[in-house]
Design a protein around this ligand. Sequence first.
Ligand code: AMP
Length: 361
Amino acid sequence: MIVGVVGGGQLARMLALAGYPLGLKFAFLDPSPDACAGHLGGHITAEYHDHAALHRLADLSHVVTFEFENVPAETMTVLAERVPAYPPAAALAVAQDRLREKSLFRELGIPTPEYRAVESVEALTAAVDSLGLPAILKTRTLGYDGKGQVVLRDRAKLAAAWSRMGGVPCLLEKMVSFERELSIIAARGRNGDTAFYPLVENVHRNGILHISRCRAGHPLQTQAEDYAERLLQSCDYVGVLTLELFQVGERMLANEIAPRVHNSGHWTIEGAVTSQFENHLRAVMGYPLGDTAANGQAAMVNLIGEIPEISELLAVPGAHVHVYGKEPRPGRKVGHVTLCMADDTRLEAALGQVLALIDRR
Ligand code: AMP
């Protein structure tokens, strides 16, 4: 069985690493000849809108999926005409437009930060009048890792902020004073069965995910599962879906979804009974979903821009190192370390050691 993957980055690579034990083979479509998943299967080097290349991928695959959400929704529609393709193109289209995404949350009764759609500097001024400052201006499309957004604190600087965003359609969001950022990773199989991983607490640095900690037993777990379930059912979803949330007291506000395996779920490779990558493959293949329980205490640290000395990382108790095979570059995700321990005290100690090795450089 061959799984076609649109995109050949680290998520595609980790999908392949999870799929080989199940007897699956892989073909990747990615415009970059250096795509880091390329060593793990066939690689079609082509643009995402190249129909001939999409037809080739569809014809050699039994099922097709994607690994990042800026794949044109049309790409998945073209593929779905020839081969089973999951998650559905409709979920991709929602995740690509912050206004559609927030509107869907509202329709499904999932609370969000207050927001307004803005398409002109006048609309921005009116939105600031209504929501107050500080607020965050975000482009509706093509934002990720903190890109395509600016924090507004000063009424005098609205016009400058608007022109900095390039005058494209945006969303203005009220700035939420959250206690922590959480994410829930959910999976839905072809038969409609669902499964949910424990909530994860995420810490960002320079707009990029830095540390994720599994928070099994979190008091808001049931609420988060309910929100994720509504999203999965609303679009007959198949595959892994991630919902990012802000915790404010006993409430959670939905920030965004990722219709794919997610960086905040990398800890599941060693820290859960079944990894998010295996469960995504089980879902799209129509296999039963695997157990999502955590094995113990787990945390993940991203390696950004460069890889510390591997032997030093591996000397940390409970550390598992993942290197993606990408050329190191500032701000680029080049690997991660997962820490798994029986208890929280030892986990925190090991985490401190890994952070010291990263920050020493
Ligand atoms: P996003 O691209 O929407 O995920 O935003 C990137 C990061 O900006 C989030 O992980 C938060 O740390 C922060 N952020 C986004 N929206 C808000 C908000 N409405 N209030 C406070 N912080 C936010």
